[in-house]
Design a protein around this ligand. Structure first.
Ligand code: F0G
Length: 359
């Protein structure tokens, strides 16, 4: 019979797909929303701006179940919390961690408490945390303050902390590096990634190293981390008391994984650099209208950074930019910052429509 060939292959989620690389056992209850297996999308418009035969790919982790890379870490952290008998989890968040923690905790039958900086979380992320059934606590303080509070609470009360100080988070997130190598057949020359709390850059580096040690790749990438200019403690070499940027996801002044990040930079011969909000928005718009890929502003920092350092990219290199979150998370930034022609308030007749179309 025609048409019986199976095209869609079921994906079991990253714990099952990469089980032998992860600290799980038959006793671990796998809490999954089938996260992972996100596409590596060629970015010809970005590549064209660099020239020199450079190939650019976007690791679009905004296509995870809650719309960000946090799902990779959360499937692990929540499964392990459940294995340990935990009944509740807590995190501080600029938005994405709270959405992922809420979704996975509720799916695992646990309570989720999330602390967020009041007024500095993009609308879609807040909507998610509420809808997934988290208990949302908005504080008059930034992410760094919220993280200090949840660390104290988790020390004093029976509740599991699921920020990236939880080692299972980074274990789950390292699978993104596995997927990049599985897709390309080799590690890229450069990995460009936005950096906030510096968990993800540490996780990618772990993944690249583990695959190379196992003979799945021959080389390691240079790890290029980009921070928003108003929130760039790793670039400046000291904490920032009042971090500020349009990219609220990475509005972080005191990264908890600082030591890991510095080690990644030196081991990979990588670098950290700041990109301005204007550069972030330019890359954000290029990704949308040039590539057809809608990411959130923080994610666009990876592409803004690559463009800023285009002169240093070796000819013929393969570059992967990590797009950490989906653009739908933050619709108000998109509505405010775009180059679209948007005709509003017009009469509902064909002649008017044809006229504004230029006929
Ligand atoms: N991109 C996005 C979209 C993020 O949400 C974050 C962090 C990062 C990049 C930076 O990753 O912290 O591992 O260096 N978001 C956290 C949160 C802080 O609460 O959702 P990192």
């Amino acid at each position: 019979m025609l048409g019986t060939k199976r095209v869609h292959q079921d994906w079991p989620g990253l714990i099952e797909a990469y089980r032998r690389w992860l600290p799980v056992s038959s006793a671990t209850p796998v809490i999954t929303l089938r996260e992972g297996a996100t596409p590596l999308i060629p970015a010809p418009c970005v590549a064209e701006r660099i020239g020199k035969g450079v190939r650019v790919f976007l690791k679009y982790d905004g296509l995870n179940p809650t719309g960000s890379f946090k799902d990779r870490g959360m499937t692990m952290a929540i499964s392990k919390a459940r294995e340990a008998g935990s009944e509740a989890v807590i995190c501080a968040s600029t938005g994405n961690t709270s959405a992922a923690a809420a979704a996975y905790a509720r799916r695992g039958g646990m309570r989720a408490f999330v602390l967020i900086p009041d007024g500095y979380v993009a609308q879609g992320k807040l909507a998610q945390a509420l809808l997934y059934g988290a208990e949302v606590i908005a504080i008059k303080g930034n992410f760094d303050k919220a993280l200090a509070i949840v660390q104290e609470v988790a020390n004093q009360y029976p509740i599991t902390l699921v920020n990236s100080v939880n080692p299972y988070r980074l274990q789950g997130q390292k699978t993104a590096a596995f997927e990049v190598i599985d897709a390309l057949g080799e590690a890229p020359d450069w990995l460009c990634i936005p950096v906030g709390n510096a968990g993800n850059i540490s996780a990618y580096w772990m993944g690249f190293n583990e695959y190379r040690q196992a003979g799945r790749s021959r080389r390691l990438p240079r790890m290029m981390g980009f921070q928003a200019a108003g929130s760039a403690p790793l670039v400046l070499g000291h904490s920032v008391e009042h971090p500020d940027t349009i990219a609220t996801a990475i509005r972080i002044g005191n990264p908890v994984n600082r030591d890991n990040a510095l080690r990644v930079r030196s081991e990979s011969n990588g670098d950290f650099m700041a990109v301005t909000d204007a550069e972030i928005i330019e890359a954000y718009k290029l990704l949308g209208s040039g590539e057809g890929v809608f990411c959130e502003p923080a994610s666009a920092a990876s592409v803004a950074g690559l463009l800023k350092r285009r002169d240093e990219v070796p000819a013929g290199a393969t570059v992967v930019c990590v797009l950490t979150g989906n653009g739908l998370k933050d619709p108000s930034t998109a509505i405010e910052h775009n180059d679209a022609r948007f005709h509003t308030g017009l009469e509902a007749d064909t002649a008017t429509v044809a006229r504004v179309m230029g006929f």
